[in-house]
Structure formats: structure tokens, C-alpha cells
Design a binder for this molecule. Structure first.
Ligand SMILES: [Zn+2]
Length: 416
């Protein structure tokens, strides 16, 4: 080799296994990945499928392109916040950012996704004595353990010892210990469940942080009002868990994240583009009035829906967030479906939506979940899951294929 071939060895960016190393600015390849992500996300956004499906398509088709190669480094928080917003889509653009992250950020925010990955990767590597020296408790910038420590700190975890973190708010300790078991198979199983657990708590820390930021910082009038009424704003883990379980469409999600605007919400605007009246009487249709206080609204839907539920919990009255206790399931479903019905009616009045009868019917039919219905839903969910798994593998195939060109299609799809 002669000097004339220097350009083969001196390159603007160094790369290891498809990941740019050394510099902190985004490399060309990473910028391309970001562009690819944005392109894919906007294509998914246009698909005429329900929101849940759209989001899961985005996860497998777009997020995979974004998160690839960003285990040991990542773009700025602002870029990742924007990416998370794009993942959540247009329908929720009016919603509160922190609530959106509480509801979906655990799975959709690249910051959380990459932290989970880095944690689990480090834990996996530290199981082997030969690897431990590469993953020691270090301070040096750009080292992967340093990245992990920084990301954990950012999510509210305090270091209580090397590879041991404690979260005060959640009162939870994560300990990255070596897994001991009798057989290799048991060890693998144990490691897998530890990884799932760690991911859960890392996501939970993120949700906790976002929940706190909302209540501590929000200037929304209803938040100030609720706090004045002594509303309990402690992080309600069980309630939010059930809320995530209950979200079955964009309407429910827009209630949970505060994206819905009541007619009364437009009353302070100079030019009143939309009606500010209640959907059933002549008063101004503020949130509490249309959902809970107006007798005319209750009367209006009595025949179709039955008696409207009563709701005294401030957070549930406002954001539909279920009580999440053992006994409250029926109540929680009823409240959410009542709120969805009102939202559908307001939107129909506001936008003259042709679909509005259908939406009301859907809300009415779903008033109670019957077990037979549930069985059907399960079958559909299974089919969706199978499809999703295939898509995930397709996405993984494409990414690996892009980086080194060695993966064969059969390795991914052939042997199962
Ligand atoms: Zn009214």
C-alpha cells in the first residue's frame, strides 16, 4: 500500500459495527437515518387505519430506522422529543406533551427506548467474566457505561453503589447483578425476566418524571383549579396502567392527554369560529358542564346510553383517567365511554362530521364489554400480533442488511 491510498485510511468519521464513534455531532449516516425515519413516519401517518395500528406500524417501520446504531450515542434531546411527537401523530397535537409521554412515551420516546436497550445490553455483557472489564463502572465520557449512568440520572435514578440505582419517587432499586442459576437455560430465563423488569422500571421512571413535570409546571387553568381543590397529584401508577390498557382508539387517547377542547374553551377567542354552547342547552359548554353538570345532556342520551355515570374524582372528571382499583373496572369503562360519547357529539356539532352517528353507536355498543366480544377481540389481537412480529423481523432484516449486507433473508424468515 502506498501513500496515495491515504484516503482509504483517513476518514471524516470512524464507524464500528454501523455506529459512528468519536465525534458528537450527527454523522451523515445518522442524518440520513433521521430523514428516513421522518419519511417513514409521514407515510404511516397517511395510512387509513386506526390510530393504534398506525402507531404500531410507526414503531416497527420508522422507529427501527431511527433507533438503530443509537445505543452508545444519541442525538440531542430536542431531536428525540420531536421524533417522539411524530410517533404519536397529528391526532394528538393539541394534547399536553407530558401527558402524551406518560401515556405512550415509554414505548415511543427514543430516549427511553435507547436507555432500556443500553441497560439490558450492559447487564447481558456483564454476565460474562471476560466482558466485565469492558463494562466497568467508569467516568470517562463517551464510554457506554458513562452514557448509561448519564441517562439513568436524567430519568431520576440515584446511584447507590456501582451498577445499583435507586428511584426515590417510585421507591424502587435496580441492581445489575450477575445472575446465578443451576442450569444455563434457567440462567437465560432469569436474565430475560430481569431485563423485562428493568425495562419496565426505566419506562416507569420516565412516566413518573413526565407526570411530575405536568403537575409542577402546567399553567393550565384547570390544573391550577384542581390543585386549589386539593387534588391528589401523586404519581398514580395503577391508574395509569389501567388507562394504557383501556385506550382503544384516538378518541380515548385525546381525552387521556387533554387534547379535547370543550366548546367553552373557544369562548375567550375574539373570532368565534365554533359554537361555544353546550351540546344540549344554551349555557356555555365548559368541560365540567357538558360532561358532568348539565341535566339536559344526561337527558339527551338517556335513551341510547342509559343513565350517565357519576364521577367525583377530579382527575377522572377532567382526563377520564380510571380509578384503577379492583372494584372500579365497570365504573371506569362506563365513565370513559360516556366521555367518548360526549366528545363525539361535540366534534359532530363542531365539524359537522358525517361519521358522527356511527361514532355514537360505537360508543353505545361498547358501553359494557361482554365476554364473547372479548374473545373475538382476542382473536383479532392475536392476528395483529402475528402481523406485527413479521413486520418487526422485516424491519430488523432491512436494518442489518443496510449496515453490512451479509444477512440473508432466510436467516430472518426461513426457519420458523
Ligand atoms: Zn348544558
Amino acid at each position: 500500500m502506498g501513500l496515495e491510498e491515504w484516503h482509504k485510511f483517513v476518514v471524516p468519521e470512524a464507524e464500528v459495527l454501523g455506529t459512528t464513534i468519536g465525534n458528537t455531532a450527527l454523522s451523515d449516516k445518522e442524518k440520513k437515518r433521521l430523514a428516513k425515519f421522518e419519511e417513514r413516519v409521514s407515510i404511516c401517518e397517511k395510512l387509513q387505519v386506526c390510530r393504534n395500528k398506525q402507531v404500531s406500524y410507526k414503531r416497527v417501520i420508522a422507529m427501527s430506522a431511527l433507533a438503530y446504531g443509537w445505543v452508545f450515542r444519541h442525538p440531542t434531546k430536542a431531536i428525540m422529543d420531536k421524533a417522539a411527537m411524530q410517533m404519536m401523530g397529528q391526532i394528538l397535537r393539541r394534547g399536553n406533551k407530558h401527558f402524551k409521554f406518560v401515556m405512550e412515551g415509554g414505548a415511543l420516546h427514543p430516549w427511553v427506548v435507547t436507555t432500556c436497550r443500553l441497560y439490558n445490553l450492559t447487564m447481558g455483557a456483564r454476565q460474562k467474566a471476560s466482558e466485565q472489564q469492558n463494562f466497568e463502572w467508569v467516568q470517562s465520557a463517551q464510554h457506554s457505561v458513562w452514557h448509561l449512568r448519564r441517562q439513568m440520572r436524567d430519568l431520576g435514578w440515584k446511584e447507590s453503589a456501582p451498577f445499583k440505582w435507586h428511584h426515590d419517587g417510585l421507591n424502587k432499586t435496580l441492581d445489575m447483578t450477575k445472575v446465578c442459576a443451576d442450569s444455563a437455560l434457567q440462567r437465560l430465563k432469569k436474565l430475560k425476566s430481569l431485563k423485562c423488569e428493568a425495562s419496565h422500571w426505566i419506562r416507569e421512571a420516565f412516566r413518573y418524571q413526565q407526570w411530575r413535570r405536568f403537575w409542577d409546571k402546567s399553567r393550565r387553568h384547570e390544573v391550577i383549579d384542581m390543585k386549589a381543590k386539593g387534588c391528589n397529584t401523586q404519581y398514580p401508577s395503577e391508574r395509569l396502567k389501567r388507562a394504557r390498557l383501556m385506550v382503544d382508539d384516538g378518541v380515548a387517547m385525546s381525552i387521556f392527554v387533554g387534547a379535547f377542547r370543550s366548546p367553552g374553551n373557544f369562548s375567550k377567542q375574539e373570532q368565534q369560529k365554533f359554537t361555544v354552547k353546550c351540546i344540549a342547552c344554551n349555557e356555555i359548554g365548559y368541560h365540567d358542564h357538558i360532561f358532568w353538570d348539565c341535566p339536559a345532556v344526561r337527558e339527551k342520551f338517556k335513551e341510547d346510553f342509559g343513565d350517565a355515570p357519576k364521577c367525583s374524582d377530579l382527575i377522572q372528571r377532567r382526563y377520564g383517567i380510571p380509578l384503577g382499583t379492583k372494584e372500579s373496572w365497570d365504573h371506569d369503562v362506563l365513565v370513559l365511554n360516556w366521555m367518548k360519547l360526549i366528545v363525539a357529539e361535540v366534534w359532530a356539532k363542531r365539524y359537522g362530521n358525517d361519521e358522527h352517528r356511527r361514532r355514537i353507536q360505537t360508543a353505545v355498543c361498547k358501553r359494557r364489554r361482554l365476554s364473547t366480544e372479548q374473545a373475538q377481540q382476542d382473536a383479532v389481537a392475536q392476528a395483529d400480533e402475528d402481523q406485527q412480529r413479521w413486520l418487526e423481523r422485516l424491519a430488523a432484516y432491512e436494518d442489518v442488511n443496510e449496515s453490512d449486507g451479509d444477512a440473508s433473508f432466510d436467516e430472518y424468515f426461513g426457519n420458523e
